[in-house]
Write a new protein. Sequence first.
Lengths: 255, 295
Amino acid sequence: MGTVVARLVRAEWTKLFTTRVWIGLLLGACVLSGAFAALFTAFAGNQDSGLPPLDSPEYARLAFSIATNATVISVVLGIIGITQEYRHRTATPTFLATPQRGRVVIAKLLAYALVAVPYAVLVCAVTVAVVLVYGNARGNAPELTGENLEVLAFAGLALVVYTLIGVGLGALLKNQVGAIVAALVYLYVVEPLLRSIPATSGAYKWLPGGALEAMTATFQGPDLLEQWQGVLLLLGYGLAAALLGTLLAVRRDVV
Amino acid sequence: MRAVDDLSFTVEPGQVTGFLGPNGAGKTTTLRMALGLITPDTGTTTFNGVRYAGLPEPMRQVGAVLETAFHPARSGRDHLRVYCRATGLPVRRADEVLDQVGLGTAGRRRAGGYSLGMRQRLGLATALLGDPAVLVLDEPANGLDPEGIQWLRGFLRHLAHAQGRTVLVSSHLLAEVEQTADRVVIVGAGKLVREGTLAELRSGNAGSVLVRSPHSTALADLLRTTGTTVAPTDAIPDGLTVTGLSTDEVGRRAFAGGIELHELRSHTSGLEEIYFQLTAGQEQYAAAHAEQGAA
């Protein structure tokens, strides 16, 4: 089974790199993180912006967690990875080539997890470059050591895990546009609302966003889990999405 | 909705088998169930005794095209390479099958720009990747121009007769498979209507006699004995269609009964007519069911 999954992973990479979707998403993620990094550095220490000053440890944590803004693109990458099979009806030849559908989904999860690593590294590198270069130009860039390095690593890990959540969500909803819209609404409307409403902010720490914030948080926010708990919880969400996606893909008819 | 009900048949190697039925008769559903894409309530399909999902390398044993499915932004060649990788075939197979189906250089262009006929050829190429002994093709002639249909006929015959493969081709048009298929399996409303060679299909329906007489009612009474059917025909006034009797026998009986005849001839149905008779009304039945399903 190992060799079968290995060649299915290669098949997934062939699918991914023979259309141009990946370039667009990669550029989008780099631009998004780079722009946020520039914005935060520009307004660091500005009284009206409420951002901590350039030389503070709070700013350093914030700056090196900026890559987490690109988690939305990770989710979209994962969603497209699986829903394009349904959108363009290639699920039929794919499952004809591999009737053991669980293997197909496992291969997709592996393929996208592995692709997400260099993608996360690149997005983090762009963020760091902007923060360091622009910070130095403004007179004081944070150092990429110790706790700051840890925050950066967790931000990168979050990019990978959100890709897996995207694959699971795609398998769950099948409809590409529907899944992307659902993900955007959840990330930009539902979670921020739950976070800000006092009655539900206690539950927020158990959501993916809460886990992500626990991993990389800087601001005074709502009640959050410990950092390591956040890591485990987010990995748990990725795993749950993957498991659910596999089960559904195996059981549903392909028509 | 019950799309396919208690349908059972066997497809043999070295022959092209036509899988015929009007739209909505359950052909595609049957093929999807056979290939493990849809789970039937009961029943199994096996390829050389093994279910599709149990075949160790299914694409190397069964090549199937159920629809022309590909990512529009991916080239035909890249599409094929994906499945080479998934099945552990060398990627040069992609170029080989492209040549085989006559796509050649077009394989490097985006598949989204292909004509319907080129899409059908790409589908066929996908099925041929693993050099399988069994081919299952759902409506492969859809969208082909006359030249393409001519090519497909020759190609399928070559695959079955010269190379000894098992070829199952579905179609809603008899004319499409009439020159290709050795055997046909006809379904209507999810059930088996008729199965056999084209010759069997022809001979089974050949023995009807057309007879015309001014005393058609009396003649009908005279001819209506066990093993015969007599019915008024729409084709000519005062005409009767008789089955189970030869023209000689009809003439003899009319002479013995003293009934005047104005016309007596044997009538052989064309295949298209037989197919139409066999499946008449099935389409309406399917449509009515679909409406119920939607309501």
